[in-house]
Design a protein around this ligand. Structure first.
Ligand SMILES: C[S@@+](CC[C@H](N)C(=O)[O-])C[C@H]1O[C@@H](n2cnc3c(N)ncnc32)[C@H](O)[C@@H]1O
Length: 286
């Protein structure tokens, strides 16, 4: 069915949901509601109170485009151009990974290592949209942070997100191949590095494979290349009582702990994500 100017909101919502359901989308009702609200520029209350209102030309056109994009496998966050993380909205671009709820495990583990009142220097390797660093600076008003990425496009978006959430004066962003251009000592180093084995990327869901940047996914032949690079420089960059918290992929926690021990680091904790899988490994300089 094609939406037109005289289609009612309730009808459009039902058609949208059914089309996503038929296409095998995991959360058709939620996706339909979010995209209909965005297309019509209305909130949930307005949608509930005025289900009989018609779409109008502009609304129908936007809804047609949104449905086509979602049916082509584009994630909702990419269509909206932003994604919520740690209760904050983050702008996205084709250069940034879409933040994942699992990554909030890294933020929670990192906050345990950061005093609520003391000053702290934070380093985020592979800052992407800025979600981890900005969430931490938002929670710790006396902390200062440096976000590193190899993607200039991601750094621009991260800086915009820092400004959006009021932490830009306490954040710096720089291009570097991991630690190559980084000096100094940090109280906390965080990273959600690319950790998908190269050969597995073609088998990922199209939402990920076709829309997240490859630079943000590809962890090399065994998925562990970025960990090797980051861990090799950790002792040089950590302050004496500092902590390093890294996100790991499914089944990688043991291998990453082994690599860390090989660099003289000690494992201080492993946190599970909402599904109970080890997701964040915390390390100290030992
Ligand atoms: C999995 S994404 C994480 C993005 C963001 N921190 C998050 O949690 O959503 C990994 C990030 O590492 C960056 N990256 C990949 N290789 C890099 C390298 N050699 N040096 C620095 N950053 C790199 C990518 O551009 C990407 O932004």
């Amino acid at each position: 069915m094609v939406f037109d100017a005289s289609t009612r909101r309730s009808e459009a919502l039902a058609v949208f949901r059914k089309a996503l359901d038929r296409a095998g989308v995991e959360t058709p009702a939620l996706d339909a509601r979010v995209l209909v609200m965005e297309a019509l520029g209305c909130d949930a209350t307005d949608l509930a109170l005025r289900p009989e209102a018609v779409l109008g030309d502009a609304g129908a056109e936007r809804l047609r485009r949104f449905l086509a994009r979602r049916l082509a496998g584009e994630p909702v966050g990419r269509i909206l151009g932003e994604r919520e993380f740690w209760g904050l909205a983050f702008e996205l671009s084709p250069d940034t990974l879409e933040p994942r709820p699992d990554t909030e495990t890294v933020v929670a583990a990192a906050l345990e290592a950061l005093s609520a009142t003391a000053e702290a220097r934070i380093l985020d390797f592979g800052v992407g949209s800025g979600c981890i660093l900005v969430a931490l600076l938002h929670e710790r008003p006396r902390a200062w942070g440096l976000g590193i990425d190899r993607s200039a496009g991601a750094l621009t978006v991260a800086a915009r997100n820092a400004r959006r959430h009021g932490v830009r004066p306490r954040a710096a962003f720089a291009a570097s191949d991991w630690a190559a251009a980084v000096a100094g000592r940090f109280d906390l180093i965080v990273s959600n590095p690319p950790y998908i084995p190269s050969a597995d990327i073609s088998r990922l869901a199209p939402e990920v494979r076709d829309h997240d940047p490859r630079l943000a996914l590809d962890g090399g032949p065994d998925g562990l290349d970025a960990f090797r690079a980051i861990l090799a420089d950790a002792r040089r960059l950590l302050a004496p009582a500092g902590r390093l918290v890294v996100e790991v992929g499914d089944g990688q926690a043991e291998a990453v702990a082994r690599l860390a021990r090989g660099q003289g680091l000690a494992v201080t904790g492993v946190s599970a994500d909402l599904a109970g899988r080890p997701r964040a490994v915390a390390l100290s300089a030992g």
